[in-house]
Design a protein around this ligand. Structure first.
Ligand code: TYD
Length: 153
């Protein structure tokens, strides 16, 4: 029982401290620059899915959810936008505007993305396939889960 409690506490305790801005490799060249990431190397998981967000109309937001069990890395391949993160306790905003930074977001962190510049392109690598059941779309429910580790028993 004690191990189950410890597991549940660990599962929900992901905080903004686990979020990392990863400095991706930059191969500078007169012909133009090149950056990259690979699974379990520059980024800390095996990539199962990549998706991208583009043509966002001015003033729109994306996201507005957390994942029960999904890790992501977000890269601003072009333009800029703000990734606003919340761990149920604190909020932190990361402005991404360089294609050689990857923002690592662990599971159970609430996020939305705003302030998309014209022609911005957000690339997101995830460690799991798409599954609608992995989403938490109610912020109050998310906060309850974060503050009460036994909530899902
Ligand atoms: P959603 O994750 O809600 O978008 P965002 O968080 O960026 O605002 O996804 C929007 C729609 O796209 C939703 O109907 C599910 C679908 N979708 C997929 O089919 N596969 C995917 O990999 C993603 C990210 C979304």
């Amino acid at each position: 029982m004690i191990y189950l409690m410890m597991f549940l506490i660990k599962m929900h305790h992901m905080s903004l401290q686990e979020v990392k801005l990863i400095d991706l490799p930059k191969i500078l060249d007169d012909r133009g620059n090149l950056s990259f990431f690979e699974s379990n190397s520059q980024i800390p998981f095996e990539i199962k899915r990549v998706y991208w967000i583009y043509d966002v109309p001015g003033g729109e937001q994306r996201g507005g959810h957390a994942y029960h069990d999904l890790e992501e890395v977000v890269v601003a391949l072009s333009g800029s936008f703000d990734v606003v993160l919340h761990d149920g306790n604190m909020e932190k905003t990361f402005t991404l505007n360089r294609s050689y930074y990857g923002l690592y977001i662990p599971k159970m962190i609430w996020r939305h993305i705003e302030n998309f510049s014209t022609n911005s392109l957000a690339l997101i690598a995830a460690d799991k396939a798409y599954n609608a059941e992995n989403y938490i779309r109610d912020f109050e429910f998310f906060r309850q889960m974060k503050t009460n580790a036994a909530y899902r028993i």
